[in-house]
Design a protein around this ligand. Structure first.
Ligand SMILES: Nc1nc2c(ncn2[C@@H]2O[C@H](COP(=O)(O)OP(=O)(O)OP(=O)(O)O)[C@@H](O)[C@H]2O)c(=O)[nH]1
Ligand SMILES: [Mg+2]
Length: 450
């Protein structure tokens, strides 16, 4: 990643390929000079935040008719002089325009480089920059609310309040230490303990949303769990609408796990077919497949227990117990399969009755997946990511250390050291403290053009 803002960078900011319009962004100190070499109209006379129609040319040869959006820094996304060119889409024109901009002095932007400049120029803090990436990669409509709140700065506001409260206490502790020689206690021990507890509680409440945020970020993992031959692979294929997993009447057909993606009501699900669970096998590959199935239970957000109804309604009870034991927080849906060859009393159960082979009853599973996902996908204030959650854990650790020291009646200068490190972790989340490595890590996940 370039950390030098003296260059002028350019890139396609819409997806490559066939489209009516493609957008190209050019940003940096020479943006107006570079675009000026390719237009007959003078860009320098145009006001900021205006759009003009022009012909983009290469040494008098017209390339395309374009719209030119002009933003004079610092009033632009990056904080620098910026031009956005709307040209016709496809594979040739946008590529040619970018080549010409580069031949006139621009360089190709790296992934996330426009947003990096926005951060370095104080247009966004680090949590807002991360929210930009989140908005682009959202897998669930429910996540949009939290990502957009984060983008406009609500998480930054809460974090800044936490930082200010920590800083206030830190300054009191330093003062208290200065006055301690004169036997004056500025911060009574009880108040100190209750303030530290409140800081820890606030940070913990942020961390609590992390598990939900993970699901909102990557979508739901819906695991098919069942005994061999229950019809998991048949159901898996029927749900996806194409044959992805092998189906046969030989128990133990699925050895490895197989994944497929589906979108229900705008929510992304990864459906996972697994090896049937049973104890009586000496086949090494099957044993390994079963071990995989068990480990996947912990990763799942929704577990579909597929029961072969011809073996009885309670046949899979021990698998339900297993799912509850291994991952009590996951949602569970009991599906009785093979109802086409077995009479069942549907009214007497809240389970779902289907025939994977005849694709009967699949809509009930779809409705149930959507319902379960919507139940877990709501009520989240912040779309915390792994980096932020990890730093918040460090914050809590430092505050808890300070609490312990306070209870032991340690001198306030020792407590202040813990508060200093707690303050640093909040600084790293917001990006008021950063290193090039940190920025490289954050912006490495961005796409080209953002
Ligand atoms: N009649 C009937 N047969 C079904 C149904 N679903 C699956 N089967 C049959 O049951 C057998 C096993 O199906 P699979 O989908 O391979 O079962 P599985 O649970 O994936 O089995 P393993 O991979 O061995 O664990 C096959 O012969 C399927 O045709 C159904 O709804 N009705
Ligand atoms: Mg199978």
């Amino acid at each position: 990643m370039h950390f030098n803002s003296d260059t002028t960078i350019c890139s396609l900011i819409t997806p490559p390929g066939l489209s009516g319009i493609a957008m190209i962004r050019l940003s940096g100190p020479q943006a107006f000079e570079i675009i000026g070499k390719h237009l007959h109209t003078s860009i320098s006379e145009k006001e900021s935040h205006t759009i003009s129609y022009s012909v983009f040319h290469d040494h008098e040869q017209p390339i395309d008719t374009v719209t030119i959006f002009k933003y004079v820094g610092p009033h632009s996304y990056t904080g620098q002089d910026t031009i956005e060119i709307g040209c016709h889409g496809g594979y040739i024109v946008p590529k040619r325009i970018i080549e010409l901009l580069i031949s006139s002095g621009a360089i190709l932007a790296e992934p996330g480089e426009f947003t990096l400049r926005a951060f370095l120029n104080g247009k966004l803090d680090l949590t807002q920059a991360e929210a930009v990436n989140d908005i682009i990669h959202l897998q669930s409509p429910a996540a949009l609310e939290s990502a957009s709140k984060q983008l406009i700065g609500s998480f930054s506001k809460e974090l800044s309040a936490l930082r200010d409260a920590t800083e206030r206490l830190f300054k009191y502790l330093i003062l208290d230490f200065d006055f301690s020689q004169e036997d004056i206690e500025l911060v009574p021990k009880d108040r100190l303990i209750s303030e530290l507890q409140s800081l820890s509680l606030t940070a913990r409440s942020f961390i609590e949303s992390y598990e939900t945020a993970k699901t909102l970020r990557s979508g739901h993992q819906a695991l098919l769990l069942g005994y061999p031959n229950a019809g998991k692979s048949s159901l898996f294929n029927a749900m996806l609408g194409y044959t992805r997993s092998i189906v046969s009447d030989v128990p133990g057909t699925t050895r490895d796990f197989v994944e497929g993606s589906m979108i229900i009501d705008g929510i992304h699900f990864t459906l996972i077919d697994t090896a049937g669970i049973h104890e009586h096998t000496s086949d090494a590959i099957e044993i390994e497949g079963i071990a995989y199935s068990l480990s996947l239970i912990k990763r799942a957000t929704i577990i579909l227990i597929v029961n072969d109804i011809t073996c009885g309604v309670n046949h899979s009870q021990s698998l339900i117990d297993l799912a509850i034991r291994e991952h009590p927080k996951a949602q569970r849906i009991l599906v009785h399969n093979k109802c086409d060859i077995h009479d069942v009393d549907i009214a007497a159960s809240d389970a779902i009755f289907i025939s994977a082979k005849k694709t009967h009853g699949l809509h009930s599973i779809i409705d149930s997946l959507s319902h379960n996902a919507k139940q877990t996908d709501t009520h989240i204030t912040f779309l915390l990511n792994e980096r932020q959650a990890h730093l918040l854990q460090e914050y809590v650790h430092a505050i808890e250390q300070a609490l312990q020291l306070a209870r032991q009646g340690m001198s306030t200068d020792v407590l202040a050291i813990e508060l200093r490190s707690a303050l640093d972790t909040v600084g790293l989340i917001l990006g008021t403290i950063y290193t090039e490595d940190l920025l490289n890590d954050v912006f490495a996940n961005f796409c080209i053009g953002k």
